[in-house]
Design a protein around this ligand. Structure first.
Ligand code: BYC
Length: 312
């Protein structure tokens, strides 16, 4: 056995022992290559989701129905931009530059959450995004607070605090609309019908069809599987819908004797179509990001010139 092989084996053993003991891994610690590459992919995709996720909501800033709702929506969208920045910073600690992450996104090599490839057609969609999309995101992110990589875990703690405000403001919009006119109730139900299934798709493919889950669970990057998290979200969200008079668009939902709900199955063809780039708004979302990134080049050049001046 060669010396380098022995060293690598020892390092890997020590690394796994740390993971098993629930210790955090920090940027300068030794880590196996598959741990690093998994994190680079997942954290940067998470960052892209936060930033691309600003687009469907941004569509409603100028049409929010009151000054109060406009202020809340602006603050929420700014929060999402901030989440993207924490996450890009966490991903950069793994040795890849932000420019590279953006290039991968623009070349279609990096993904972002499928959910943001659906359009926001009426004001209730803003309620549905806050309640269902942020609600699904929190379910995942609460679990990720215990992820083994220190910078990712710490970013999640802060993000979850802000996401719970987002979830509540979304539920408030839906609740108010359900207390309103017949037309407003119809808008809320229409938004529910269009966002329910895509929200469930946010958790990723079924456990058996999730190629990345093995590494993620072994290294405690993910602490719960896609299906476990999806199930948690379904069980807590159905009663919230019923409480304000919304119908969940799944004819197979049944309350069981143990107080849980059985339910139908996601349309996995739709999921993979959207993930693979052919959803209703994939092209539009990416083109928008490319356009504004190019138009913002002068801002980055000025910031760089100022930094160069300070460090001269
Ligand atoms: N959409 O083996 P799997 C927010 C990809 S934003 C697109 O299960 P993994 C908000 C997956 O990447 C919060 N792609 O993978 C912002 C993989 O592709 P690659 C967003 C998906 O990583 C603004 C392949 O399918 N949250 O809250 O073990 C406004 C196989 O999947 C999706 C996060 O980003 C999908 N839904 O598990 C409002 C959470 N699902 O990379 C709100 C962080 C799967 O092999 N990410 N894919 O080409 C994760 O927890 C995990 O990465 C996932 C997937 C659960 C998403």
């Amino acid at each position: 056995m060669e010396l380098t092989q022995v060293t690598e084996e020892t390092l890997l053993k020590e690394f796994q022992a740390k993971i098993d003991a629930d210790a955090k891994i920090e940027p300068n610690d030794w880590m196996p290559e598959d741990y690093r590459t998994h994190l680079i992919r997942q954290i940067s995709q998470h960052a892209h989701s936060e930033v691309i996720g600003m687009q469907p909501e941004g569509n409603w800033i100028t049409r929010a129905p009151s000054l109060r709702s406009k202020k809340i929506l602006l603050a929420k969208i700014q929060d999402e931009g901030g989440h993207g920045l924490y996450l890009y910073s966490a991903a950069e600690t793994l040795g890849v530059s932000r420019d590279q992450f953006i290039q991968w996104l623009h070349e279609g090599k990096a993904k972002y959450s499928s959910i943001f490839n659906y359009p926001t057609l009426n004001w209730a969609d803003i309620g549905a995004i806050g309640w269902l999309v942020d609600g699904a995101a929190i379910t995942n992110q609460v679990s990720l607070q215990r992820t083994s990589y220190g910078p990712y875990s710490r970013a999640m703690v802060r993000i979850c605090k802000e996401e719970s405000f987002h979830q509540r403001q979304g539920y408030e919009i839906m609740w108010k609309m359900m207390e309103g006119t017949k037309e407003q109730r119809a808008m809320a139900q229409d938004a529910m019908n269009r966002w329910w299934w895509p929200a469930l798709m946010m958790f990723g493919p079924k456990d058996g069809d999730s190629p990345r889950s093995g590494t993620a669970m072994k290294y405690k990057i993910k602490r719960e599987t896609n299906d476990q998290l999806r199930e948690k979200f379904i069980q807590k969200t159905i009663p919230q819908a019923h409480l304000i008079g919304l119908t969940v668009p799944d004819s197979e939902i049944k309350l069981l004797e143990d107080g849980t709900y059985s339910h139908g199955e996601i349309d996995w063809n739709e999921f993979w179509t959207v993930v693979n780039g052919d959803g209703p708004c994939n092209k539009q979302r990416l083109a928008h990001h490319v356009k504004y990134h190019e138009e913002g080049a002068w801002v980055r050049e000025c910031a760089q010139a100022f930094e160069d001046y300070l460090t001269k």
